[in-house]
Design a protein around this ligand. Structure first.
Ligand SMILES: Cc1cc2nc3c(=O)[nH]c(=O)nc-3n(C[C@H](O)[C@H](O)[C@H](O)COP(=O)(O)O)c2cc1C
Length: 206
């Protein structure tokens, strides 16, 4: 089996973690460095990560996530947000391409204008969807990269997003998209993998 498939097949949502384990900062740095390769619409890189390791802060997050016990056992809890205003940084993101001559000035201007028009005219629902969509894609890659480094995760959506925004002092434009607990899974808490639909039930070749 390829190393990639090993990672895909061994990733499980941890039910409980082994307590008292700290994740070396180098592991986080390596994961986040590779994570920057995740795709995003117009390469706008909407996702932001808030890594909470401080126990007192984690306790606040635990309260905001309806006391889901695994947070108490995790090495860290991460809140992935999506930026509804990521498009406003398009000029900075495309500046490099302009300087390298990949885009000439006219193409650069057209690109920035097109991105701005799209995100402004399609409205807040689109900006919100984009925040969730791009942050979610990034979060999936984060979980696979973490697994590849030997860390287990659990994606979580059962939290009060207003309370989390307040706890982390998130700016108005950032939507908390997903919470990810991370650590070493307590193997004793391992459950059999949940039922998966057969391909015919979720794939249509149209
Ligand atoms: C968007 C999303 C939200 C989830 N929210 C929670 C959650 O709040 N709490 C939890 O314990 N698990 C949560 N899970 C984990 C799922 O229950 C888990 O992925 C699913 O049962 C499949 O199991 P597996 O990941 O081990 O293959 C969530 C998963 C996803 C993708």
């Amino acid at each position: 089996m390829s190393q990639f498939m090993e990672v895909v097949k061994s990733r499980r949502s941890a039910n409980k973690f082994l307590e008292g384990i700290q994740i070396p900062r180098e592991d986080f740095e390596s994961i986040f460095k590779d994570l920057s390769l995740a795709p995003s619409a117009f390469n706008l890189q909407h996702a932001n990560y808030y890594v909470v390791e401080d126990r007192a802060k984690m306790d606040e997050v635990f309260e905001d996530a309806f006391k889901q016990y695994k947070i108490k056992t995790a090495s860290a809890v991460i809140i992935v947000t999506g930026d509804k205003l990521a498009y406003q940084s398009a000029d900075k993101i495309y500046e490099g391409s302009r300087m390298l001559g990949i885009l000439d000035q006219v193409e650069y201007n057209m690109m920035i204008e097109m991105i701005n028009n799209l995100y402004e005219s399609w409205g807040d629902t689109f900006r919100h969807d984009e925040a969730i969509r791009n942050a979610s894609l990034s979060a999936m890659l984060f979980m696979l990269l973490a697994k590849e480094k030997g860390w287990d995760t659990c994606p979580m959506i059962y939290f009060d997003k207003d309370k989390i925004s307040k706890t982390l002092n998130l700016p108005e434009n950032e939507v908390p998209s997903l919470m990810i607990t991370i650590g070493k899974m307590d193997q004793k808490s391992d459950r059999i993998r949940g039922y998966r639909k057969p391909m015919a039930e979720f794939v249509r070749f149209v």
